[in-house]
Design a protein around this ligand. Structure first.
Ligand code: SF4
Length: 399
């Protein structure tokens, strides 16, 4: 866990996230900042992104030296970018070349990934592919509003593996409308059959602003009941463990050495910079000892107008208090298998808040939802199933 207050801008180290909000079609469950049918704007958007990057380097980093510890091109659908577009973007982000040994991920969707694009990514120094598969069943893919087929997903994985990509991820979802444990087990077994080094498995969440949200409000979305979801989590844990994957974060599994470094930056509350529409940064600069979240505009017009003017376009800066930083470290730490190290919390935030925390979590330890092992506080297997409720209880105990 790195203290953002220690990130001296003259030697700043941070993860870099770049948001590419373009998709061919909007999926029925998606509330990410992504827009269909605007592919014609990608080239202009890349220019705006690079202008923003220049503004961040001069305003936030004050033109001083820095190290990018990991880079993640997310979306949206980054694999929609044509090869010349991705070239322009990566060359502009790293004019001096890609830092040695830096984890560099691009998100891809099966229908837009081609062997030629993969070769282009490799030439540019991208070394990790995260593929949005979600399901290997065409019926569920259609219900989700995905535009790829199971066959395309399998072909894309084969292309990645035949291309010698050592580090790659598959995203899968569970808890889909009318999905039975047997349907999901088939999906998971298929995914594990590819011996992937990293697997992300997310429970479908329903956002009220999406088509799924509206159908759910009308009672027209048949989601698996809570009991079945718990059964699915058991299946995930058993099958991933038998496949030799470590459960290092609540929704993430990897072979040893293949945990996603970029996402660990978020979960450790280490500094990161987000470029692009709606992107968020976390950094300590002129904002007190605990750092601040900086948020970019979510409307295209606002984001582009400020960026084009050569200014860093953030619309909101939220400095963290000691208590807020403590909660973030605690809450993200409990998502991790490693948990949080109590001595480090003490050293970083002081004794008073840790004493308060010990009181708040004592009943949860007794009830078996949390455990303390080797100086670390972690959710137990039972606790990890009700993590959101546990977190609420901890938060109210700390108030
Ligand atoms: S492809 Fe991803 S970002 Fe695009 S609409 Fe679907 S879920 Fe959202």
């Amino acid at each position: 866990m790195e203290d953002p207050a220690q990130s001296n801008p003259s030697t700043a180290t941070f993860g870099l996230y770049v948001h590419l909000p373009f998709c061919r079609k909007k999926c029925a469950y998606c509330d990410f900042i992504s827009y269909p049918g605007r592919e014609g704007e990608i080239t202009g958007y890349i220019q705006v992104l690079l202008t923003e990057w220049a503004a961040v380097r001069s305003e936030l980093l004050a033109g001083k030296a820095f190290t990018v510890s990991s880079c993640y091109l997310g979306g949206g659908t980054p694999s929609l970018l044509a090869e010349n577009q991705i070239h322009t973007l990566v060359d502009g982000l790293f004019p001096q070349g890609i830092p040695k040994n830096m984890e560099f991920t691009i998100e891809a969707n099966p229908e837009s990934l081609t062997a030629s694009r993969l070769a282009c990514y490799r030439d540019l120094g991208i070394n990790r592919i995260s593929l949005g598969v979600q399901s290997f069943n065409d019926l569920f893919l259609q219900r989700l509003g995905r535009i790829h087929t199971a066959r395309q997903a399998e072909t894309a994985i084969a292309m990645i593996q035949d291309g010698g990509w050592e580090n790659h991820n598959i995203d899968l979802m569970y808890g889909l409308p009318e999905q039975t444990p047997s349907d999901f087990t088939t999906d998971l077994t298929k995914a594990l059959g590819f011996h992937v080094p990293h697997l992300s498995v997310y429970n479908l969440t329903i956002n009220p602003t999406t088509p799924f949200g509206k159908r759910s409000a009308e009672g027209k979305l048949l989601l698996p009941p809570e009991k079945k979801i718990v059964k699915l989590i058991d299946i995930i844990e058993e099958k991933t463990a038998s496949a030799g994957l470590e459960h290092y974060e609540i929704s993430n599994f990897s072979r040893p050495g293949f945990a996603c470094e970029h996402n660990l930056t978020y979960w450790h509350l280490a500094p990161y910079i987000g470029l692009g529409l709606g992107a968020v940064s976390f950094f300590a600069r002129d904002c007190g000892p605990w750092g601040a979240h900086w948020e970019n505009p979510v409307a295209f017009h606002d984001y582009e107008a400020v960026s084009r003017s050569g200014k860093w376009p953030f619309r909101e800066r939220t400095p963290l208090s000691c208590g807020a930083a403590f909660m973030e470290v605690l809450l993200t730490g409990l998502r991790l298998e490693e948990g949080v190290e109590i001595d480090r919390l003490h050293a970083k935030f002081g004794g008073e808040i840790v004493v308060k925390m010990r009181k708040a979590f004592a009943p949860l330890l007794l009830e078996g939802w949390l455990e303390q092992k080797n100086g670390r506080l972690k959710a137990t297997r039972a606790g990890s199933r009700i993590l959101d409720a546990l977190i609420l209880e901890l938060v109210s105990g700390l108030r």
